[in-house]
Design a protein around this ligand. Structure first.
Ligand SMILES: [Zn+2]
Length: 140
């Protein structure tokens, strides 16, 4: 059942309905391995073709239309009470997170502002006008 390596590709093409070359035809008449491999591949191709044909002609279930229309006619699905409770908990956690983040940012900003004000105040306490400096250093 093992084909000769030299003829393998051409045998596959021939199994897929490509015409065989004269050399392959002569070889197939004398080599039982290649002939058996070709017969096996053709049998498998037949099985695949039959499977594909069966899939193509398959009809949907006879009650499919009625089932789809019944689902459409039943209206929207109502969520059970547990769904509402879960939504409320998630909403509360979300609101608490937003409040905490906002409060934390406000605290951080306030701290940064007070530090900046303190350093600006310290700088101003040592600030002297340029004219004062000039008058002190140059004694007229
Ligand atoms: Zn062969």
């Amino acid at each position: 059942m093992t084909p000769c390596g030299r003829w393998r590709e051409e045998l596959i093409d021939h199994a897929l309905d490509q015409p065989a070359s004269a050399a392959l035809s002569v070889h197939l008449a004398t080599c039982s391995g290649c002939a058996a491999a070709l017969a096996d591949w053709r049998a498998r191709m037949g099985q695949l073709d039959a499977g594909v044909r069966a899939l193509v002609v398959r009809e949907p279930a006879p009650n499919l239309r009625a089932r789809v229309l019944a689902e459409i006619g039943s209206g929207p699905t109502r969520f059970p009470l547990a769904w509402g409770m879960r939504t409320a908990i998630v909403g509360a956690v979300l609101i608490a997170s937003i409040v905490l983040v906002t409060y934390g940012v406000a605290l951080k900003k306030g701290g940064a502002q007070s530090t900046a004000l303190a350093s600006a105040g310290a700088a101003l306490s040592h600030w002297r006008a340029p004219t004062d400096v000039l008058l002190e250093n140059t004694r007229y």
